[in-house]
Design a protein around this ligand. Structure first.
Ligand SMILES: *[C@@H]1O[C@H](CO)[C@@H](O)[C@H](O)[C@H]1NC(C)=O
Ligand SMILES: *[C@@H]1O[C@H](CO)[C@@H](O)[C@H](O)[C@H]1NC(C)=O
Ligand SMILES: *[C@@H]1O[C@H](CO)[C@@H](O)[C@H](O)[C@H]1NC(C)=O
Ligand SMILES: *[C@@H]1O[C@H](CO)[C@@H](O)[C@H](O)[C@H]1NC(C)=O
Ligand SMILES: *[C@@H]1O[C@H](CO)[C@@H](O)[C@H](O)[C@H]1NC(C)=O
Ligand SMILES: *[C@@H]1O[C@H](CO)[C@@H](O)[C@H](O)[C@H]1NC(C)=O
Ligand SMILES: *[C@@H]1O[C@H](CO)[C@@H](O)[C@H](O)[C@H]1NC(C)=O
Ligand SMILES: *[C@@H]1O[C@H](CO)[C@@H](O)[C@H](O)[C@H]1NC(C)=O
Ligand SMILES: [Fe+2]
Length: 454
């Protein structure tokens, strides 16, 4: 089977099918990302032959009444990427940086190569850091949070709901909590190609921010690192390992839990990322964020694997036992104290292919807030944990929501879907979970903070 698909890809490489399959010079896999600098947007795409290609963009709908902006063009740089381990398939990855973005505008753009042109997309000019538009409480920002999303028939169910996001464009960005495509590298990268085309309409409309899960680890995360460009920091070459950003009153910290399960992941020719390096960065990042609480009261940490999840000994597999058992225990020993010291508000994870929302919790016990009900916590005294690995992928429901939840488990479901975080202002946030099947909201939690935790 593997052999057959390699031969098929060899034919693709020769160009026999590739020419028929797609307009080989037409930009595909278009996705956006924020960068470490404000007022910038990274645009990434692929072509199947080495052609130069350009982003053509212009501001629209600005407040200054000038509606006839000219298009500006920026050349994408090009990297040849051998997608298959056996050197049987190539794609050309392009990245272009749009600078000087104004937060009061939207941007219309398309990508043009000498042979083909993409659809036209529109993105919002709001970018992280100093951008004051995120402070506008009459226009609160939203962030899509999704985990363990692949392509195929299951991924397509969720991708259909993405079309509603594209239409309303009401989310500032998306964070994919690891395990992409199942897998980006599968079938010499064809699975990754199909996935990026499946999510393109949304990923070309809002920044598609990623972090690594276990499914990215193949070949030292080569596909993941080549295809996505994330924020750079002093330890990181923009390769999506750990990074953070601010949006108005919120700080988002993204970390890689896989460092604890695959030793010394290589992130570039010169660097490995060890748990120790990440730890040092994280301690500093959270401490700085916590000092800044008056300005930015919300502190969110996002990663692939959970610290807490319920499990059902009778119904579930060895894998599930490990995830919610020894592995979660290991990660609690690693992170729980640090999260508590820095009063992290919510820890978002995935990896388990179901959805589970947990009370504010510390040392395996629910911590009472000033007020709690099923869907509200007022002035919580511990971190709320949300496990959202139900984007949908070829493994389907291999980790069904348990029938014997722990005491701290508030809500569980097997409905494919994803969540959306709304940060209204410095005191109010809401998290909603959607079903990809019915498009309904199936769970919500409001967190209200009128004073500092400590
Ligand atoms: C291409 O541009 C991106 C974004 O500016 C940069 O991260 C990357 O290093 C560049 N790659 C090459 C091969 O120049
Ligand atoms: C991944 O990186 C490690 C450490 O540099 C190296 O020993 C290993 O061979 C690499 N694995 C692959 C598949 O390239
Ligand atoms: C991983 O990195 C640490 C620190 O750089 C080093 O001490 C250790 O030997 C490395 N382990 C492997 C298997 O390379
Ligand atoms: C590795 O590090 C050296 C010295 O810092 C630098 O000159 C070189 O460009 C780096 N190579 C890569 C592939 O990043
Ligand atoms: C927007 O909010 C950030 C963080 O709270 C703050 O640093 C900045 O000064 C605010 N800007 C305005 C115009 O209020
Ligand atoms: C899961 O763990 C429980 C408790 O350790 C054990 O009784 C059960 O047999 C395990 N199930 C599997 C499938 O490994
Ligand atoms: C957590 O507490 C529950 C009781 O609510 C107990 O059954 C379970 O064994 C505890 N788990 C750990 C890891 O301590
Ligand atoms: C914050 O947002 C909530 C929810 O929309 C609203 O009820 C509350 O009045 C807002 N607070 C401030 C200070 O604007
Ligand atoms: Fe996973």
């Amino acid at each position: 089977m593997v052999q057959a698909s390699k031969w098929f890809n060899f034919l693709l490489f020769l160009g026999i099918f590739q020419l028929a399959e797609s307009a080989f010079g037409t930009p595909e896999h278009i996705h956006l990302a924020w960068t470490e600098n404000e007022h910038e947007m990274m645009v990434s795409w692929s072509t199947f032959i080495p052609v130069d290609s350009f982003v053509h963009y212009r501001p629209i709908l600005c407040n200054d009444a000038a509606e006839n902006y000219e298009y500006t063009e920026v050349l994408g740089n090009r990297t040849m990427f051998n997608e298959g381990v056996l050197m049987l398939r190539f794609i050309f990855l392009h990245n272009a940086l749009i600078k000087g973005i104004r937060s009061e505008c939207f941007y219309e753009y398309f990508i043009q190569s000498s042979i083909g042109k993409s659809k036209t997309y529109i993105f919002n000019g709001r970018t992280p850091e100093s951008d004051d538009s995120f402070n506008d409480t009459s226009n609160p920002f939203k962030m899509i949070i999704i985990g363990d999303l692949g392509g195929g028939d299951i991924g397509s169910i969720t991708a259909a709901l993405f079309q509603r996001e594209v239409k309303f464009r009401d989310s500032a960005g998306l964070i994919h909590l690891g395990d992409l495509a199942y897998n980006l590298d599968t079938d010499n990268g064809l699975t990754g190609d199909n996935f990026l085309n499946l999510v393109q309409d949304l990923a070309a409309t809002i920044p598609y921010m990623v972090l690594p899960g276990n499914h990215e680890n193949f070949d030292n995360q080569t596909h993941y690192k080549m295809r996505f460009k994330m924020l750079k920091n002093e330890y990181n070459d923009g390769l999506g390992q750990f990074y953070s950003f601010n949006l108005g009153p919120a700080h988002f910290t993204i970390i890689n839990t896989e460092v604890h399960f695959f030793e010394n992941q290589t992130i570039s020719a010169n660097r490995t990322i060890s748990a120790k390096v990440q730890r040092k960065w994280l301690e500093n990042d959270l401490a700085v964020a916590n000092k800044n609480r008056k300005e930015r009261p919300w502190l969110f940490v996002l990663a692939h694997r959970p610290l807490y999840c319920s499990y059902d000994y009778l119904a579930n597999s060895k894998e599930r036992n490990r995830t919610c058992g020894p592995e979660a225990k290991y990660l609690r020993e690693e992170y729980e104290e640090l999260f508590n010291e820095n009063a992290v508000d919510v820890f978002f994870t995935a990896h388990v292919h179901s959805y589970e929302r947990i009370t504010p919790i510390y040392h395996n016990v629910t911590v009472k807030s000033q007020y709690d009900d099923t869907n509200t916590h007022i002035n919580p005294r511990a971190t709320v944990h949300i496990v959202d690995g139900i984007g949908g992928n070829r493994l389907r429901h291999n980790a069904k929501a348990t029938h014997t939840p722990q005491l701290w488990s508030v809500y569980r479901t097997d409905d494919y879907g994803y969540g959306k975080l709304t940060v209204y202002n410095k005191t109010h946030m809401l998290f909603e979970q959607y079903s990809s099947l019915t498009w309904n909201t199936i769970d919500t939690v409001s967190i209200i903070k009128t004073r500092e935790r400590f």
